[in-house]
Design a protein around this ligand. Sequence first.
Ligand code: BES
Ligand code: ZN
Length: 642
Amino acid sequence: MRLFRSTALITSPFILALGLNACSADTTKPLEKTTEQAPIVKIVKDDKFTYANYDKVRMTHLSLNLDVNFEDKVLDGTATIDFKIIDDNAHTLHLDTKDLTIRSVQGLASSGEWSAMDYTLSDEDEILGTRLEIPFSKGMNKVRIDYKTSPTAEGLQWLSPEQTAGKEKPYLFSQAQALNARTMTPVQDTPAVRITYDATLRVPDGLLPLMSAEQSKKDKNGEYHFKMPQPIPSYLLAIAVGDIKFKAINDHIGVYAEQYILDASADEFSETPLMEASNAKLYGPYRWGRYDLIVLPPSFPFGGMENPRLSFMTPTLIAGDKSLTNVVAHELAHSWSGNLVTNSSWRDAWLNEGFTSYVENRVMEDLYGVERAVMEQVLGLEDVKRSIENASRPELTHLKLPTDLAHPDDAFTNVAYVKGQFFLQFLEQRFGRDNFDPFLKNYFNHFAFQSVTTEDFIKYLHDELHVKNPDALTSEELKAWVYGPGLPDTFITPISDAFTKVDAARTAWLDDGTVGDTSSWSTHEWLHFLNNFSETLSKEQLKKMNEDFNFNGHQNAEIAFAWYMQAIQGNYSKVDKELESFLMTVGRGKFIYRLYGALAGLNEDARTWAKEVYVKARPGYHPIAQRRIDAIFTKAEAKVEQ
Ligand code: BES
Ligand code: ZN
């Protein structure tokens, strides 16, 4: 079916054919504007991972005043919350908390007086935490909560001095996405709600605190002050405290890190200004003031996290040859896709991650050429194919995820990233870059500082692109991408000539043990080489492979990881020493979840060995990684017992 040409949204067969709820089109109309660009919009509550009644009462600002207490491993102080009433019949504010100790709640009356308020805490839910319900009186729009966090808060990792590179000072860093802002502060912890924030922090002498905000120097009382004037979703709240040094890259971009890795990080990320320029050329100016990166301790469980003004990065990116800097392009790209225009629930995570992967790849193409961009697409394709094959049910391979999504963790698979990216590439192919680039730029402007659903995007696509190019795609094609499983028929496989040569080299190596000249191979080519053996390699082959290419203990974490995966599949225990050292020092989930998963699923010996390593490594892992790997072993052990 060709798409209907009408612009009349509600009646458009384009929209009707997709079965979209027409009334949600009305719900994003701004009711009023706050001082910043955050429109207070009436929204239907669509996020099941929050207790917040944000459709009735909406938080607008958070003001934190906290001691960072390394002795007790707690943040301790007050959170003052400004809120607006959306529904006049509402009399209670519902906030998310998890593992917080609430000592008291006060409210600011219209007289200007603070007074103690009643509050209730619900029973604890393992995923959601505890609802904090505060009944407020008429005219009240500010509450202050006296609280402290738990030493085992999932969103905070407290490292002892021995766990840092410098060995002398402790370190703290947060990870709020997806559901962990509520372990740091009471908050309406949903990406549908945007808040401005400020913070006053007290930290022990000799430590530097940083946040996802504008920072000012220590004041005369020894306190640090932070301000985030642009409205952000709670999952972008972030804090890091440690013996952290700074090196500028240019006048508004720089790197924070422990001293041991500062210069190497600044070198590795020296092209960040070019990435910013490329991004801005394509999608409009960077809107957040400074852009800094912080290279965290190795237990950081992600490659990167797009905390505004201050991306958090894993040290495993510091490969020495800038081969892994697409992760910088990715986190920076979130300054448009994700931080400026945000998925309004985790069911729409592809709006953050798929858009960002697309933008990341466009920037890589712009700066380093089509060949590198296509290689990264093909590596992504290899990942997404595996995720699609392993999905526990087909709905989890849709871009729009099902209502019964069990946990936001299930939303951040390669489907959101790579299928999302390929969908935008598909739209780009169909509408042409000349149309698609300005469309996307306008999308970021149109929805700036708002949270949007997949359906909002589709309506915008319809109004801005489809009606002007009605023959470019059909609603069935669109539906297959967004509401259908796997990669649809209209997906065009990216082909890398460089990888075709690598394929030939792999075949030759399997046939006669030779590969030809690999001296010019990039990290990408080695990864493609390693990841595409159609059969499990024998121990002899693995031995020869390591003799030929020296993968064991490779300094590039991606290559080392790809090699260990092959070695585990071939039950090649000669790698155990290096693999153990990798697992003991690297906490990046992308690597360690799959390594433990492969070991736990291989055989009893491997599972026992992995468990022994895990018992030793676990105290150094981030609480998020601990939860994920605990689940991997529980599942593997349950399978054995069956
Ligand atoms: N926002 C994500 C990290 C994240 C996802 C944190 C889900 C918590 C829950 C970040 O932007 C990201 O996608 N990081 C990737 C890097 C990227 C190049 C694919 C990662 O960590 O590997
Ligand atoms: Zn991302």
